[in-house]
Design a protein around this ligand. Structure first.
Ligand code: NAP
Length: 260
């Protein structure tokens, strides 16, 4: 799904996108070899490796792969050098989902400086870079995770609440201060009819889609939050497309950097 959307968007914007598919049985060495040849390639400005990797590649395969991509071609912004530059607020290539969220906030004229932002989730690809980008724009940032005590109370203090957890409908109305901006990063495929019933308002048109398809994608934010939030990003159709837009932007930036 994600790979198809990325290829389609690249084609629409006139960028050339090549896909290299390895067999599910490929070894980590084969993947690292492929990355090395793409690092050397003169026709490719950006490289991204679609996760998750096959479990058979081992537990730290993802980190080894991120480390192997040339920093100048790391359009996902996952290489430790790009992460370090982000910490120092001088990054060229920043993780796409968080930078898409900043774009969304700025284009929606939602002030960041001086506001209290609460980020739920501390992954290397979403939560941590999100918190840093908000901090660099002078928000006061709180990062929450699975060991946070009394999460709803902390979330309720947020002017900007970012949910990047991966649990459908986890953020309910009691997590949200009236009028707060809520950004829903989560994408979870749900097949359980009882859960879908709890997640959708009675009149939702998505109920028909569920009856047809047998599964729907939900965000981390429950539909009831719409009644409390000042602004709420939808799932699907919110952060996802922006992530792809930022990927294309990073690729153009990487091309410019390579051309000097
Ligand atoms: P991840 O690596 O699994 O991280 C999830 C984070 O949520 C962890 O930090 C975890 O805390 C925290 N968490 C889990 N359960 C929690 C709970 N009950 N209370 C508080 N915190 C909890 O996931 P990710 O890669 O960051 O992605 C998060 C979600 O965003 C997923 O649904 C993913 O599909 C989606 N996503 C969407 C896009 C997009 O383009 N739309 C892009 C990236 C990710 P611990 O660290 O304590 O375990």
């Amino acid at each position: 799904l994600y790979v198809g959307s990325k290829l389609k968007s690249a084609g629409e914007t006139g960028l050339r996108a090549d896909i290299e598919r390895l067999p599910a049985t490929a070894s980590l060495d084969q993947l690292l070899h492929l990355i090395d040849s793409l690092n050397q390639s003169d026709v490719h400005d950006g490289i991204l490796v679609q996760s998750p990797l096959p479990a058979a590649m081992g537990r730290d395969a993802e980190q080894q792969v991120f480390d192997a991509v040339a920093p100048a071609k790391d359009v996902d912004g996952f290489h430790p050098m790009n992460v370090g530059r982000l910490v120092q607020n001088r990054a060229d290539l920043v993780s796409c989902t968080p930078s898409g969220i900043i774009e969304l906030l700025e284009r929606s004229d939602i002030p960041i400086a001086g506001r209290h932002a609460v980020v739920i989730g501390r992954s290397d690809i979403v939560g941590k870079p999100m918190a840093l980008l908000l901090l660099h724009r002078n928000a006061t940032v709180t990062i929450c995770h699975s060991r946070t005590v009394d999460l709803p109370r902390i979330a309720r203090a947020a002017d900007i609440l970012i949910a990047a957890i991966g649990r459908a409908g986890f953020v309910t109305a009691d997590f949200v201060k009236p009028g707060a901006t809520v950004i829903d990063v989560g994408t979870t495929r749900v097949e359980d009819p009882a859960l879908v019933d709890r997640l959708l308002p009675p009149e939702s048109k998505r109920r028909e889609a569920f009856a047809r398809r047998g599964a729907l994608v939900f965000g981390d934010v429950h539909a009831e939050v719409e009644n409390v939030a000042g602004a709420l990003s939808p799932v699907p159709g919110g952060v996802g497309p922006l992530t792809i837009a930022m990927l294309l932007k990073n690729t153009v930036r990487a091309a410019h950097m390579r051309l000097g």
